[in-house]
Structures are given as C-alpha cells and as structure tokens.
Design a protein around this ligand. Structure first.
Ligand code: NDP
Length: 283
C-alpha cells in the first residue's frame, strides 16, 4: 500500500515489458523495508520530454533509463555527470533537490561484477569487441577501475576511433587504442590480454553467435585471461571460452551491479546485492 511518503522510482523505456529492473529493485525494497515503488514506464520516443516533466512534477526520487532513450534523455536533465557525458548515455537519474542529474552506472557496474568474480582490474590489459553504448560504458568503467591498456575492436573502424576519442578524457591513466575487427594480425596481438569483453549484440542470436565466436581470436588468449560477454549467458562466446578452460563471467552480473549502484545513489545505503541477484535470475 503506497502512502504520501512512498518514494517513486521507475525505468523509462520503449518497449519496457521485458525489463528485469522492477523485480530487482522491488526485491531490494522488501529486503531492507524501504517504502518505495519502482515501476516500468513505457515511454514512446516522442513522449520522452513529457515523461521527464512528469518525474519532476510527481517528485520522483529518481529513475533508470533504457533503450531507446539513454542518449536523448540528456537534453532534458539539469546536469549530466562527466563520465555519462563521455559515454554518451545516461542510465540513471538522481534527484538532487529540485534538479535531475544524469549518471551512468553501467561501466562501474561491469567493473564491480568482474571484481566480485575475482578478476583483477588494476593494471589489466583489456580487449573489448564492439563500439556501441555497452562498449563505451565498458571503456569508462574499466578505465576508472585501473586498466592499463584498452584496445577497442569494431567492424566499423571509424566508430572504434570515435569511442577512443570520446573516452580518452575520462581514462587519463589508461592507453586506449582502436583497431579493426577484420584486422586479424592486430586482433591476435591484442588477444595477449588479461580480459576479453564481448560488447556487441552479435551473440544475442544463438546460431549467428556461433559463427561470430569462431571469428574471434579466443584461442590466442593467455590461459590466465578472463572472458565476459555482456549479453546474458550462456552465449556462444561464453561457451567457446569455457571450452578452452578460460574463466568466464556472465553479463547478468553487470545488470545486477548497475542496479545496485543506482540504488545506492538514490537511498545512500548499501544495496542488498545477493537479494538483487536472486531477483534478476528469477526473471
Ligand atoms: P548497440 O546497438 O549500441 O551496439 C551494438 C554493437 O555491436 C555495435 O558496435 C555493432 O556494430 C556491433 N555488432 C552487432 N553485430 C555485430 C557483428 N555481427 N559483428 C561485429 N559487430 C557487431 O548496443 P549496446 O552497445 O547498447 O549493447 C550491446 C549488447 O550488450 C546488447 O545486445 C545487450 O544485450 C548487451 N548489454 C548488456 C548490458 C548488461 O547489463 N549486461 C548492458 C547493456 C548492453 P555496428 O555499429 O557496426 O552495427
């Protein structure tokens, strides 16, 4: 039963029915006895500006933002944090007084999920495949977590170059390099890394994913390397890495941790990560 002091939160997307975020956050509220409601808001693209005005008018504590609004929402907020600006996407809105601030917890969420799985990021050499929003967040998150080099490979080389140029200012202590996914020599050289991040959508389709996984230099990774596919597993890349005996991390951990970090921004208390993970797995 909601009351006047019930905190209002939600996720804005289109479509939104598939989102696991309402279940993840609701489980956290129940576990900690927090009086809050987190709803899925189906917001068609032309209604985004009105939806943000609605959050303001209703006094919402905050929100998450998902496809297709993560980029366009920035124009409707009072401020956007530097790493979210560099990534070019906001996944979390935080209310500060009357102001709505745009943040991005995806990259830090990936870093936390890897650290939780025992993957050391300090000084790590990383190879990321992909140049979309997930790859951009990964560069920011892993750079901030202490990676020493990040090589970004994309099938459209200019996109990889663009990511490197945009993210370099927030990755000052990390060397960023763009390569072409079709450049097999460069890919084999970059495969001498500590962490391989699959950040394309190519593994969403299981059968196309098998051919895509076979095209990657997974065989050239050192036996000590870890592999994470940001697409929730099991994916063809995850399976191929496991078949080689490599350590793998599921993309679901990034989802859970980005939610936990958003929760902590809104409520200022430690998120009940195990409860949130269980809710994500049950969906
Ligand atoms: P985008 O659509 O922004 O980017 C997709 C990227 O994948 C583009 O660089 C695209 O290249 C590339 N790509 C697609 N197919 C191929 C292919 N066959 N070969 C090479 N490159 C390919 O998506 P996002 O970056 O937002 O998300 C990528 C995936 O990551 C999603 O499918 C999603 O499931 C997952 N994800 C997981 C999250 C988590 O919490 N675990 C969070 C966010 C995303 P091009 O530009 O040339 O088309």
């Amino acid at each position: 039963m909601s009351s006047a002091k019930t905190a209002l939160l939600g996720v804005l997307g289109w479509p939104i029915a598939h989102s696991r975020s309402p279940a993840i956050h609701t489980a956290a509220f129940e576990a900690l006895g927090i009086d809050a409601a987190y709803l899925p808001f189906a917001v068609p693209p032309p209604a985004l500006a009105d939806a943000i005005l609605g959050l303001r008018a209703l006094g919402a504590l905050g929100a998450n933002v998902t496809l297709p609004h993560k980029e366009r929402v920035m124009a409707h907020l009072d401020a956007v944090e530097p790493d979210a600006r560099a990534i070019g996407a906001v996944n979390t809105i935080v209310r500060e007084g009357e102001r709505l601030i745009g943040a991005n917890t995806d990259g830090a969420g990936l870093a936390r999920s890897l650290e939780e799985a025992g993957v050391g990021l300090g000084g790590a050499r990383v190879l990321i495949v992909g140049a979309g929003g997930a790859a951009r967040a990964s560069v920011a998150g892993l750079g901030a977590a202490g990676a020493s080099t990040i090589t970004l490979a994309a099938r459209r080389f200019p996109r990889a170059e663009r990511v490197v140029a945009d993210l370099a200012p927030v990755c000052a202590d990390c060397t960023l390099t763009a390569i072409d996914l079709a450049d097999t020599a460069a890919m084999r050289a970059a495969a001498d890394c500590d962490l391989f991040v699959q950040a394309t959508s190519a593994t969403l389709d299981p059968s196309a994913g098998v051919a895509f996984a076979a095209s990657l230099p997974l065989g050239a990774l050192p036996s000590s390397a870890a592999v994470v596919d940001l697409v929730y597993g099991p994916t063809a890349v995850q399976c191929a890495a496991e078949a080689r005996g490599l350590r793998t991390v599921d993309g679901l951990g990034m989802l859970v941790w980005q939610a936990a970090l958003a929760f902590e921004r809104w409520f200022g208390v430690e998120a009940p990560i195990d409860v949130m993970r269980r809710a994500a797995n049950e969906e």
